[in-house]
Design a protein around this ligand. Structure first.
Ligand SMILES: [Zn+2]
Length: 258
């Protein structure tokens, strides 16, 4: 299991491996607050400073931070075949550790700070592993694969109003319900007519994650969710596209036509 916390929040037994993912260790911070300190997973000093000074907004900060995670170092120039690609293999290791045990990513920011890079890091680790797991599970379902992928698409649509239910009420989310209808219809068409509708639906949902914060009040969405969901959507859509391209009979033609 993967989670993020403030390093100032006392550890619990469920935290597992506590990793401080900040560039600074923090003066006076007791060393028993974390197990490992990984400064390379924090935003660069310059980027963090610019964000804290208000010279960089959250969106640009998030984009730059993700770029920094994969930014090549000088050693990449010496490797022609397999390059380091920044923290790529470190992220892979963390992902694996969080699948076989508990991992907690820690930053100095307080627990309720949403605009903290640790949420972006969590999203980066979550989206791919979840999506790959989903695609593999769906494929194992054999003939029910499309039904699985369609249910997932519908669920992705329903998740927004479900998350906002307690704060916005059922009637306070017209845009979100519109999304439920849209993705529900695409899911249905995907099963009944052609799997291409599913691919389209998952692709559109990625745009939905980007668009929704602009057209609706999505304060109820956890900070890591939109980015994680976006990555998830793209991986599922891409996985389906690759299979269709290779001519998987259940995906290339109308569903159930074989
Ligand atoms: Zn932080």
């Amino acid at each position: 299991m993967l989670q993020t916390r403030s390093v100032h929040t006392p550890a619990t037994r469920r935290d597992g491996l506590r990793i401080l993912v900040a560039r600074f260790r923090g003066r006076g911070l007791p060393a028993d607050r974390y197990d490992v300190w990984m400064p390379s997973l924090g935003p660069s000093e310059r980027l963090l400073r610019s964000f804290l000074d208000g010279k960089t907004d959250w969106r640009s900060f998030a984009k730059r931070y993700r770029e920094q995670l994969f930014a090549p170092a000088s050693i990449d120039g010496e490797n022609k075949t397999i390059k380091n690609h920044g923290q790529k293999s470190t992220l892979r290791l963390l992902k694996h550790l969080s699948e076989v045990g508990n991992v907690t990513l820690l930053c100095h920011c307080h627990e309720d700070v949403k605009q903290c890079h640790r949420h972006l890091l969590e999203a980066a680790l979550r989206s791919k592993s979840l999506a790959v797991g989903f695609v593999v599970l769906a494929r194992r379902a054999g003939r029910a694969e499309l039904a699985w992928i369609a249910s997932g698409l519908f669920a992705a649509g329903v998740l927004y109003p479900l998350m906002g239910w307690s704060t916005h009420g059922v009637g306070g989310m017209p845009v979100e319900w519109g999304g439920v209808a849209l993705f529900g219809i695409l899911a249905g068409l995907g099963v009944a007519v052609s799997a291409w509708f599913l691919m389209l639906g998952w692709g559109l949902h990625a745009f939905w994650d980007l668009l929704l914060p602009w057209v609706a009040d999505t304060a109820y969405v956890p900070p890591w969710y939109a980015a994680a969901c976006l990555g998830f959507d793209l991986v599922v859509a891409a996985a389906m596209a690759v299979r269709a391209w290779r001519g998987a009979p259940d995906l290339a033609g109308p569903a159930g036509a074989h």
